[in-house]
Design a protein around this ligand. Structure first.
Ligand SMILES: *Cc1c(COP(=O)(O)O)cnc(C)c1O
Length: 514
């Protein structure tokens, strides 16, 4: 025991804080065990998490800002990049356009940096019309990147039945302002792999500076190991760096790399594009600044954990975990497809499933996916509701999303039992209605008394007051029998997207203010 009285007090208060943290964590949904089918990626190997925690502990305190001082940073980042590059076909490219990489804090940062590099390679400046072209199903991170970087986002509609984009339509959207075309492998909402090879071939006719980014944030460490799954996506149709026209690719270690949150990789073809995402300056009186990613000071802990997990698993471990994931996906997709009132959305081989209402049946037999998701939540299985997406060519339907991980295989029976009971509970119910406090606003929008522009000019405090009313109803919390997420999603589906975006921002802010 220290004789320093401050050290004694600090130790005591620290213990109290740790006890409080344990209490707070006890009411969180579990991060392991497979009952939460989004957000978390559980290998099902408890020893693996232990290795990650120990690696993070061993890296504790390092500042990743400066690899010239902390050389372990360059070594760990280099090892992660080499491993991901080899998994994603980057070793096969000719030497003169070698693939380089950065380790980032997550998928959003990897995607944002790919867009930044594309803007710089094309010599564009914020707000000058430089454009990202992508299917509307691409991850929202690209809309965020456009917003942040002063680029335009041009979404190309997907087929409302299959969720697929046509390569021709994507290419037809490419013009002199395009700095980057994005394809997903797979897209998060649908599980569909975009036609990367066809897009790559079509881009040969365009300015070579236009980038082609493959967002394999989710798929990068799972699709390359997926067992041969029929011929829906033949192994002969590559979507990765084996295609020379692919200029960058992102893969998250904190998804199917089974690492704790905070690590993703961005690989870029050629030194110029790789370095175009960096920021460097000596134009201040402090130390020379070189930041390969958005942050300045940054932890080594997540990357060290991710690296240790990669090393521990190796190719054979990764392959086996993905095989378990694939078996669980097969069992669940067959089981879910057998539930009257639901239908599985079209998807490619991979760990994502989405279900929608089976509208080939009479209304009395249909199961609304958002009511079903809330009913699953009340039974301890969390699936993720996704709003319908309106397009000119037809609305992509309301759905519920499931991310399958290796541990899912241990409880497919329970999940399918819950899925069936939940469907029985909500089958034939009317579609969910928006929260009552929005009724006036929605009516005013419908009647034209209020325009979306009016809503966008509302003061933030007024928006807050509306949304706080919804929180008072207990929306969002299905676990204690509350109304769940369905009413909020119904409101999102009825509102113009800019208004809906403002609403969900206010909603989360209100949750965090309480
Ligand atoms: C998860 C994901 C992202 C964003 O990653 P974060 O790690 O959540 O920032 C981007 N694209 C796809 C396809 C994803 O699944």
């Amino acid at each position: 025991m220290s004789t320093d009285p401050l050290a004694r007090d600090v130790a005591e208060r620290g213990e109290r804080a740790l006890a409080r943290l344990a209490e707070l964590r006890a009411v969180d949904p579990p991060t392991t065990g497979g009952r939460v089918l989004s957000y978390v990626y559980d290998s099902g190997l408890p020893g693996l998490d232990d290795i990650a925690v120990r690696a993070a502990g061993a890296a504790y305190g390092v500042n990743g800002l400066d690899p010239t001082v902390y050389s372990s940073v360059a070594e760990i980042h280099g090892a992660i990049v080499r491993r991901i590059r080899s998994v994603l076909g980057g070793d096969r490219s000719p030497d003169d356009d070698e693939v380089f990489g950065s380790v980032t804090s997550g998928g959003t940062e990897s995607c944002l940096l790919a867009c930044l590099a594309a803007r710089e390679v094309c010599g564009r400046t914020p707000g000058d019309g430089g454009t990202i072209v992508a299917p509307v199903s691409v991850h929202a991170a690209f809309r965020k990147a456009a917003h942040t970087l002063g680029l335009r986002f041009r979404g190309v509609e997907i087929d409302p039945t299959t969720g697929r984009v046509s390569a021709e339509e994507l290419l037809a959207a490419v013009d002199d302002d395009t700095v980057l075309v994005v394809c997903s492998a797979p897209a998060y909402p649908t599980g569909v792999i975009d036609p990367v090879a066809d897009v790559a071939a079509g881009l040969e006719a365009h300015d070579p500076r236009i980038g082609l980014h493959v967002d394999a944030c989710l798929g990068g460490l799972v699709l390359p190991f997926w067992p041969e799954a029929g011929d829906a996506i033949p192994a002969s149709t590559p979507w990765d760096l084996r295609l020379p026209r692919v200029t960058s690719i992102s893969a998250d270690l904190h998804k199917y790399g089974f690492a704790p949150k905070g690590t993703s990789a961005l690989l870029s073809r050629g030194r110029a594009r790789h370095r175009a995402a960096w920021f460097a300056t000596v134009d201040w009186p402090g130390y020379p600044v070189v930041n390969p990613t958005l942050s300045g000071s940054k932890p080594l802990e997540p990357a060290a954990a991710a690296w240790a997990v990669l090393e521990a698993l190796g190719d054979d471990g990764q392959r086996e975990l993905v095989a378990r994931t694939a078996r669980a996906t097969d069992v669940l997709s067959e089981g879910l497809a057998g539930i009257t009132g639901l239908r599985l959305l079209d998807h490619d081989p991979g760990p994502l499933l989405a279900v929608a209402a089976d509208d080939s049946l009479p209304r009395a037999d249909r199961v609304h996916p958002h009511l079903w998701a809330d009913a699953c939540g009340r039974r301890g299985i969390a699936v993720q509701s996704q709003p319908a997406f309106a397009q000119n060519r037809g609305t992509f339907p309301s759905s519920a999303h499931l991310t399958i991980t290796p541990v899912t295989g241990e409880l497919t029976d329970e999940i399918l039992r819950v899925a069936a009971d939940a469907a029985d509970e909500v089958r034939g119910l009317a579609d969910p209605a928006p929260p009552a406090v929005f009724a006036d606003v929605l009516d005013a929008l419908d009647s034209g008394a209020l325009s979306p522009a009016d809503l966008l000019t509302l003061a933030e405090d007024e928006v807050h007051a509306m949304v706080a009313g919804v929180l008072g109803d207990g929306a969002g919390d299905a676990s204690d029998g509350g109304p769940g997420m369905a009413p909020l999603l119904a409101a999102i589906e009825r509102l113009p997207t800019e208004v809906g975006s403002r609403l969900v921002r206010a909603y989360l802010a209100a949750v965090m203010e309480t």
